[in-house]
Design a protein around this ligand. Structure first.
Ligand code: ZN
Length: 137
């Protein structure tokens, strides 16, 4: 079986204010977010938009230690990660670790929008934080 990364699942965009980000993206995309969800373990509030078949996730920090707060401090608002869909997250984690990439979590963790997720350290990926996501069934 050779599934690997099957598509871009969503783009994650770091925002200072979810309310302002929601208003901005509602104007850009012409539709409001279809859901909002806090992921307390990650220190984030998120909202999700659809643009045709594509998904955009906005992320706001809920505390100063949140990875989103640190990202905005260093690099400002903007694209934070590219998320790829996978069918077997554990197999892809093992494959990518075998390729020498650094996994930010050793086990899949529960992410927003009913996914199992794992992040790859951007130092090994040319500067882009990569998220793997598998549907939680
Ligand atoms: Zn994401």
């Amino acid at each position: 079986m050779d599934h690997h990364l099957t598509k871009i699942e969503h783009l994650g965009i770091a925002v200072k204010s979810l309310e302002e980000g929601n208003a901005l993206y509602t104007k850009i995309l012409g539709v409001p977010p279809y859901k909002e969800e806090a992921v307390e373990s990650e220190g984030v509030r998120t909202s999700f938009f659809k643009a045709g078949p594509n998904k955009i996730e906005l992320l706001e920090a809920t505390n100063p230690e949140s990875p989103i707060a640190k990202f905005i401090e260093k690099r400002g608002e903007g694209i934070h990660h590219v998320a790829y869909a996978v069918e077997d997250i554990k197999a892809e984690m093992a494959r990518l670790e075998g390729e020498g990439f650094t996994l930010l979590n050793k086990e899949p963790k529960a992410g927003a929008d009913n996914k199992w997720v794992c992040f790859l350290h951007p130092k090994g990926t040319g500067g882009t934080l990569i998220e793997l996501c598998q549907d939680r069934r």
